[in-house]
Design a protein around this ligand. Structure first.
Ligand code: ZN
Length: 247
């Protein structure tokens, strides 16, 4: 089975569409989209992104912004600019799409893969940014591999059966990683709609779940289109500017 792995689309339709077009241009075939949460929040196209996702075969998890929009997380936990867009999203989201967010699972297992938005230990809110936080999380899933998003930074954590050491080994560019049979992994594809690793291009991955091969991709998208819509909606400048820098 081949899976298109997306995370943190964050209501950025231009980025989402660019990813799907790029996959098509590269001739990447996939059976399903695995979306690791935060389809909404930060960006100007929440309904359009959920609608587009619905047209594809998908498994989609709940993220912290998704939960905030449906009232399952306190807005006080968010930066003021993020909270402002959550409130805006609550106003414009259709009841149908609100319901889509309400029924998202926090965590799921698909074959030998565990999927969680943030971490297997705390699926909604923990940031796996370094080897130490990742190391502790290997005890919280039983499959060989766990896929996470949330940090908006592509990352690969490996636990080797012999040494139990965890390494962060990832690059922002197009890289292919074959999973070793005797190792376990936590992998983050980065963010489609708001990258934060200094590269403003949309990030995504293709996972050949059968062969155990992960391929990471980046693609440019018209950042200004998204920024214009954010300006028109009166969204905070901080969120508009950061798309340009990928921070
Ligand atoms: Zn996010």
């Amino acid at each position: 089975m081949r899976c298109l792995v997306l995370s943190d689309i964050h209501a950025n339709l231009a980025a989402f569409e660019a990813v799907l077009r790029d996959a098509e241009t590269r001739g990447l075939s996939y059976d399903i989209v695995w979306c690791l949460g935060d389809v909404v929040g930060y960006g100007p196209d929440p309904n359009e992104c959920i609608d587009l996702l619905r047209t594809l075969p998908h498994v989609c998890l709940a993220g912290n912004h998704d939960w905030a929009v449906i009232g399952k997380l306190e807005l006080s936990a968010f930066h003021e600019s993020a909270a402002m867009v959550v409130r805006w999203t609550q106003e414009i989201l259709t009841p149908h799409n609100m319901n889509f967010l309400r029924v998202r699972p926090e965590k799921t297992e698909q074959g030998d893969f565990c999927l969680a938005h943030a971490s297997p230990r705390e699926p909604i809110w923990e940031y796996l940014t370094d080897a130490m936080s990742a190391e502790e999380n290997f005890d919280f899933f039983s499959t060989s591999c766990c896929l996470v998003g949330h940090t908006h930074v592509p990352a690969l954590f490996v636990r080797d059966g012999r040494t139990h050491n965890v390494h962060i080994a990832f690059a922002a560019g197009n890289v292919q990683i074959p999973f070793k049979k005797d190792a376990r992994y936590i992998v983050n594809p980065g963010s489609v709609g708001q990258p934060r690793d200094g590269d403003p291009r949309a990030a995504y991955a293709l996972l050949d779940a059968t062969a155990g091969v992960w391929t990471q991709y980046r693609v440019e998208y018209p950042v200004q289109h998204t920024q214009q819509k954010m300006r028109a909606a009166g969204m905070p400048a901080r969120l508009i500017d950061r798309l340009e820098y990928g921070r």
